[in-house]
Design a protein around this ligand. Structure first.
Ligand code: ADP
Length: 334
């Protein structure tokens, strides 16, 4: 469990319900997505129709679940929440679909991880609001058509490119969620602080925002850890100094790198002169599994422009040397 991990842990799940914006107006950032979704939903409401199916793509923690709940709220509709991995058989999906009410929002997280047969059933359900339930096995099997009430599917995926085109094409509206600007995360933090009854000044929120990796979930999690520190070590008010001290304890640096991220960068710089070095060699040097380095640490280092993956191996950028306050060897200096 990483403090800067973007997937929800148990504590997140418990607290997040209270921190979720309830309507589009409260939803911070993502101005394009908000504007477009507002039009889609208003138009559907004016026509008295069920909203088109919506596909949300983007990294974990950027607000996909929150937006799906907002869509339901804005449409005055109930919502059902499930996920691709929870639907292993087409029958699981048929059971859910056939119990939906008219206009209901079905949120399907990690939609790219659904089983093939379920996916095919979903095509027809999305397009014609109908499913064929197969009864029996072998040559005697029969398909019983089942009419469904119109519903709105909100699918979420980390990358829209992971979806088979026939599924992707059945969404009327696709939105890509970007990582948040630091200023937007400050607004998320001020809002969360108010809801959690925590006092934080401008500089305190800015300090946390800068370390939150563009992700509201991480911002909210760091806020809770800094709150604990402020409560135990001072008067409970989050200032920039308190935030810096607290996050030093948790080993989250000014840019949001944690111990693992820094270990990878440090090995790359100090042991391999900034690379290029192969992934396996780097992983051994850090004392981690290859997969951990590649899937857990590298994506953020690459996004931050600190590390590059090249055909010859991993290479540190000038920004990496600067970030760790190290001087690159003369030969690699431009
Ligand atoms: P995802 O489904 O993409 O993993 P969630 O919708 O569960 O992300 O969001 C994680 C947490 O981050 C939620 O508790 C919510 O409070 C907060 N959050 C996400 N996006 C926003 C936003 N735009 N404004 C305010 N809070 C947000």
């Amino acid at each position: 469990e990483r403090l800067v991990g973007s997937v929800a842990d148990g504590e997140d799940t418990a607290v997040e319900a209270a921190l979720r914006p309830k309507d589009l107006g409260e939803f911070v950032g993502q101005p394009k997505v908000r504007e477009q979704l507002d039009l889609v939903l208003r138009a559907a409401r004016q026509r008295g129709a069920t909203a088109d199916h919506v596909l949300l793509s983007g990294a974990p923690g950027l607000g996909k679940t929150t937006l799906s709940m907002i869509i339901a709220a804005e449409m005055g509709a109930p919502i059902r929440i499930t996920s691709g991995p929870a639907i292993q058989h087409a029958g699981d999906l048929a059971a859910i679909l056939s119990s939906l009410q008219e206009g209901e929002v079905l949120f399907l997280d990690e939609i790219h991880r659904m089983s093939r047969p379920a996916e095919e059933m979903l095509y027809m359900a999305m397009e014609d609001f109908r499913v064929d339930v197969i009864v029996g096995k072998g040559p005697g099997a029969t398909a019983i058509p089942l009419e469904l009430p119109p519903f709105t599917l909100v699918g979420a995926t980390t990358r829209a490119g992971l979806l088979p085109p026939p599924l992707r094409d059945r969404f009327g509206f696709t939105a890509h969620m970007e990582f948040y600007e630091a200023e937007e995360l400050e607004r998320v933090l001020h809002r969360s602080a108010r809801l959690l009854d925590v006092s934080t000044d401008e500089a305190g929120a800015r300090e946390i925002a800068g370390r939150s990796r563009g992700t509201p979930r991480i911002a909210n999690r760091l806020l809770r850890r800094v709150r604990d520190y402020a409560q135990v070590k001072s008067d409970g008010v989050i200032t920039s100094e308190i935030a810096r001290q607290a996050l030093a304890v948790y080993e989250v640096d000014e840019r949001g790198l944690d111990r693992l991220d820094r270990a990878v960068l440090e090995s790359l710089l100090k042991l391999f002169n900034g690379g290029p070095v192969g992934l396996s060699t780097l992983a051994v040097a850090v004392g981690e599994e290859r997969e951990t380095v590649e899937e857990v640490a590298e994506p953020f280092l690459v996004r931050e422009g600190l590390l590059a993956r090249t055909p010859r191996g991993r290479v540190a950028t000038p920004a990496a040397w600067a970030h760790l306050n190290l001087t690159p060897p003369a030969s690699s200096r431009a």
